[in-house]
Ligand binder design. Structure first.
Ligand code: ADP
Ligand code: MG
Length: 341
């Protein structure tokens, strides 16, 4: 270890549309929503992550709460830069250092990203005292995190359903052979639920309530092997304007989500159809790996299995698969260097 390396810290970042996770010294040290609260008058960011999420839906006109990466690209440069900076500052082991360490950062980016957007991610990361910024494609990181041997000649399919985007990719020999990015994922599911509750129950619910319904009783199937109990949902009656509580059944939520899930299924089938035959044959054996928060939707893996006839696996702890993979790539820098940009 050289004297310079003593002052170098290595971190792996999954800059997601919904959540940002950071690994430092093999540990997940940041796992927070990708959200920034901004003071409209001064233009300054006043809170990031969990703290900013608490403000969502409750701000007055002088504060706006933004998700800088909402559609999988950096829509708000200033906010995303601030967010990365703040999260790194919050890492206690780095915070405590007397000499501000230089950073070597591996950060994952969506596969469909343009050259300009890629530069924007790199620039944002570079502004935090990074001496080196390495980029890795998200489906590759997800695959490594899901435990797939990405260097094997065998084809593997990974489907990462996040907040803003669903990324579908076929990986073989350390490369992405085909990929497809869809701007339809968890956020759309949440919207589907709000719309459904509004039109079927005349109830106006907030985004956080809709997300809670999705997480608690969201279903990709009309009949689940283990049925879910009804839950109570509070909102505002659209007719009287008064607060009201209703009971909601998982089968209703299935109906709310059905169309959007169908679009993800179609995208998977399309990706399979443009996959070279040898690799497509492999996937009949190796199956499809699901990652990202959307993989947790009840019955989804089963539904995709029925639709495609392929084995479908949910990566262990799917919300953390990408950061885990990014961390593994960082740690095995030499082995995986060829995968990184
Ligand atoms: P990103 O990588 O885009 O930041 P994540 O992989 O962190 O996204 O996934 C976030 C999405 O997963 C959100 O839309 C969230 O509502 C959804 N999600 C989290 N847990 C569940 C669950 N148990 N069931 C369904 N969706 C979930
Ligand atoms: Mg993600």
């Amino acid at each position: 270890m050289g004297i310079f390396d003593m002052f170098t810290e290595e971190i792996a970042i999954d800059l997601g549309t919904a959540n940002t996770l950071i690994i430092h010294n093999n540990k997940i040290v940041i796992d927070q929503p990708s959200i920034v609260a901004i003071d409209r008058l001064t233009g300054k960011a006043i809170a990031v992550g969990t703290q900013a999420k608490l403000m969502q839906g409750k701000t007055h006109e002088n504060i706006k709460v933004v998700r800088p990466l909402k559609d999988g690209v950096i829509a708000d440069f200033h906010a995303s830069e601030h967010m990365i900076k703040e999260f790194i500052k919050q890492i206690s082991e780095i915070k405590g250092k007397i000499v501000k360490p230089a950073l070597r950062i591996v950060i994952c980016i969506p596969s469909g990203i343009t050259e300009v957007e890629r530069r924007a991610v790199r620039d944002s990361a570079q502004k935090v005292n990074a001496k080196e910024v390495i980029l890795i494609y998200e489906p590759m990181a997800a695959a490594i995190g899901a435990g797939i041997d990405v260097e094997s000649p065998e084809g593997n399919m990974i489907v990462d359903i996040g907040g803003g985007t669903t990324e579908i990719a076929v990986i073989a020999l350390g490369g992405i052979v085909v990929d497809k990015s869809l701007k339809l994922a968890g956020d759309v599911f949440t919207n589907d639920i709000s719309y459904f509750i509004r039109s079927q129950h005349n109830l106006d619910i907030g985004e956080r309530t809709a997300e809670r319904i999705k997480i608690e009783i969201g279903s990709a199937l009309e009949e689940l092997d283990v049925p879910l109990d009804d839950i109570s949902v509070q909102g505002k009656d659209l007719i009287t304007g008064k607060p009201k509580e209703i009971m909601v059944n998982y089968k209703e939520i299935f109906r709310a989500l059905d169309k959007s899930i169908m679009r993800i299924e179609d995208a998977i089938l399309e990706t399979l159809s443009i996959t070279p035959p040898e690799l497509a044959t492999d996937i009949y054996k190796t199956g499809i790996f699901l990652a990202g928060g959307g993989a947790l939707l009840n019955g989804l893996a089963d539904r995709i299995h029925r639709k495609t006839g392929l084995p479908v696996f949910v990566a262990e702890d799917p919300l953390r698969a990408v950061v885990r993979g990014t961390g593994i790539a960082l740690k095995n820098n030499n082995k995986f260097r060829f995968l990184m940009k």
